[in-house]
Ligand binder design. Sequence first.
Ligand SMILES: [Zn+2]
Ligand SMILES: [Zn+2]
Length: 369
Amino acid sequence: MSRPRASVFAAHASALLGVLALVAVLCFHFPDLLTSRDIRALYSERFARTLLLAGLIVAFVLGTWAILRDQHRRIAFVGLAAATLAVFLGGSDVRFETIEQTPYSLGLDWFILSLLFTAMVFVPLEHWLGRKPLSPLRPGWRTDLAYFFASHVLVQFILILITASTTWVDGLASWPALEAKIRALPLWLQLPLAVFVADLTQALVHRSYHRVPWLWRFHAVHHSSREIDWLAGSRLHLFEIVTTRALVLLPLLLLGFSTQAINAYVIVVGLQAVFAHANLGLRFGWLEQVIVLPRYHHWHHARHPDCLDANYAIHLPLIDRLLGTYRMPKDDAWPDEYGVMELDRVPRGFLAQHLMPFRGDRRYDDHIP
Ligand SMILES: [Zn+2]
Ligand SMILES: [Zn+2]
């Protein structure tokens, strides 16, 4: 790594860790408002304090180093200032307030943990094994980070909407005999079956998002990224997140899949959706035919007339073969360009993109086959 790149990395990593540490200290002060009960169950207080201490130390070390090198001082200063404020507010010894029961809360802890660990895995992987050289701070990263932030912080509200819609429809139909048969299957059989059913539903919903003009207005947001990496996959309209997740979950509930199988599927889809967008040039050979890997989903994002109706699956290419929408070049080719066909149709920024589907003065049907 050359010196300027090392100091860019140090300054931005310091800023990221400093800000996340500050937010983490605030989570300790206001746990009932800023953290969700479901997410708190995933980690211990000791783990959170150790992570906070490590984050503070690394933020101070990298920020000081960047400033001493006289590189990206303003960014590094943000990291140092945020980390210092976090220490003044209690640091890793911050007093733990008692948690009151509140009907609604944010998922800031979910945002911190998810961003930290996903970045720790994918930033180095994409740096060393990237299909093309691409900085994590490529154009549009702020917009994508805003999407990542919103979809994590609003996790409880998203789950409430999904649960409400699925419970309502689930109550209308039941096939007790079929449900009992599926529930009796062992988990190792239920999981692949759940993945197949969910991916078939997901691909059909996804295809509708491409082919129905008013739905495309929402999905065009996801396809507006000009660069595809692990963070670009976060760019999804909140309406699309809720509707797709609810519609995909519904057949799993109606068919009687066990809670463990559904929870395991949710983990699989979370990991595979990030991985499929990653800028990773690894060759996977025959495995590309069996499971969705980055090159497969990158062709879905290709800015090319032949790829407007292609590769809707997010787990199994088999689904696209069944739907007749499978497209993979025989050679190891990757798309030349990503994005919607008429680039100026989609505005920039989280808010403008969220309002876009409700504005009647633009046409967004350029990407529909
Ligand atoms: Zn799509
Ligand atoms: Zn995508």
